[in-house]
Structure formats: C-alpha cells, structure tokens
Design a protein around this ligand. Sequence first.
Ligand code: IPE
Ligand code: IPE
Ligand code: MG
Ligand code: MG
Ligand code: MG
Length: 306
Amino acid sequence: MGATVEPIVADPAELSAALTRAASVVESALDALLPPEEGAEARLATSMRYATLGGGKRMRAFLVMEGAALFSVSETCAARVAASIEMLHAYSLVHDDLPAMDNDDLRRGKPTTHRAFDEATAILAGDALQARAFEVLAEPDTHSDPQARCELVAALGAAAGARGMAGGQMIDMLAEGQTLDGPAVTRLQALKTGRLIQFSAEAGAILGRAAPMQRHLLAAYGRDLGAAFQIADDLLDAEGSAEETGKRTGKDQEAGKATMVAVLGIARARQQADMLAQQAAAHLDGFGERAALLRALASFVVARRN
Ligand code: IPE
Ligand code: IPE
Ligand code: MG
Ligand code: MG
Ligand code: MG
C-alpha cells in the first residue's frame, strides 16, 4: 500500500512576500556595512552605495536567508552573508557594464555606475565592493566559529574567481562573434552565473554547520537554479523590454553573444530553462515543507519578467 506523496507547492503570494522581506533585511544590512561617505575618498563610497543600494531582485540574498533558515541560523548572521554576496554580485554587474565589457548604460532602471560617475570610479567601486564582501565574511560577527568564516571565504573566492564568475566572464568575452555549441554555453553560464548562485544556495549550510549531504543537495539545487536563471536572462534579453528589466534588451544578438537562445532558439531555450528549474526543485524534496519557498523560487526564476 503506497501512500501518494502530494507535491508541496508554496503559495506564490507567500514567495513574493518572503522575497520582499529578504530584500528589506539585506538593504538595511548593506546600508550599515557599506563605508560612509567621508574623507578625500568619499566619491568611492558614494559610487559603491549607488551600485549596490536600492535595486535588484536580491535573489542571491533570498537564497542565503532561506538556506540559513533551514538550519535555524540567526538572521543577523545570515543577513551579513546575504549582504556580502550582494556586494560581490553588484561588483560583477558594475564591471560587466563597463565599455570594455558589455558597454551598457542602463542598470536597475538607472544609469550604470560608469555613466553616473566615470570609468575609473566604476572600476574602483567594483574592486572595493569585492574586497568589502570578503572582509564582511571574515569579521567575527558573521559566525562565532572561525572555521565557518574560513569556509565561507574560501567558497566565495572559488565561486568568484578564475574558475568561477570571472572565468565565465572571460569565456563570454572570448566567445563574442564565435559559435559555441550547447555544452560550451552550458559551461560558460555555469561559471559566469551558476557559481555565485550555487554559493548563495550553499552558504546557509556552511553557516548552519550542516551535514555534507545537505550542503551537497543545496549546491546541486543552486547549480541547476543558476543555469535556469541565466537562460531566463538570455530569454529576457531576446524578448523583454527595458521598462520591465531595467536594462537595455536585444543586446546579446547585436553583440554576437554566446547564449542559450543563440544555440537553441527561443522555444527550446524556454523548455531547457523549465526542465532545469524542475530539476533544481527536486534536489530539495528531502527537506520537505521547510524548503517549499526555495522550490517555488525555481518556478519564479523562469517565469520572471525582470
Ligand atoms: C543579472 O543578475 C546578471 C546575471 C547573472 C544574469 P540579476 O538578474 O540577479 O540582477 P539584479 O540583482 O536583480 O539586478
Ligand atoms: C552577466 O551576464 C553575468 C555576470 C557575471 C555579471 P549578462 O551580461 O548577460 O548580464 P546582464 O544581462 O548584463 O545583466
Ligand atoms: Mg555580460
Ligand atoms: Mg551584461
Ligand atoms: Mg544578459
């Protein structure tokens, strides 16, 4: 006699409320953790705050906060890690938008940092945001156990570096105007986007000193979620508008970017994103009801319009 297992579905309104709440918690943490605007270097602090505060979906922050809640980690510790990943992510966007990279002038519905300030300031804002992200992780308030802080620093370093986000950005730049096949685009996207999302999903398990298997499941969820997320970003570039996304669209094709839309076309890219989102959610089945919002996030990521 097998009992039927009902799929656990979270109410979309509940997810939306939880995303808004995580965004507000991380906004306060960022405001407190970013340097004050004073001294001869005040322009740098102003640009860092411009690039980081008051915008973005804060999905990486939400992943940290929800993952940490699975292991009953204090919200103040989780918020510091959430702020740290959002600083690192903001740095990646500031540099991604530079003329030498994607050359964009609109981000989160306002002028990109190099447009609002200048290129040198934007480069330095990215540098300093990256440094501050690691500094925050290493500070004692992030976790009472130095081993946990070291693991966070090592994991974020691996996710952001040459075999992570920066490496993926290198492949992205080299691939402009080239024809990459599906597996090559999958790897590019796993590095440039997937690794930071994987870190965000895993961070709660590091903070909560979770068993290796639990951390492994969250990492697997993050990898598939990240892959689905970047395909959705490619689809939004192809089909969305600047009003919806807060950034200029239609640019990937113009720049000859290696995207999943370029390889598969719109319809098959969407199928691939949906499949990856389902696969992501399935990794968390064993966590039951407590991971319902994280599972629901996978559907949100592929259906989003911004
Ligand atoms: C944009 O990330 C860059 C990608 C990795 C596709 P997000 O879509 O998460 O950007 P914000 O933080 O919401 O602005
Ligand atoms: C950016 O990918 C990924 C990063 C590491 C910042 P995209 O170049 O597609 O991101 P958007 O579309 O500019 O946000
Ligand atoms: Mg780019
Ligand atoms: Mg870009
Ligand atoms: Mg894009």
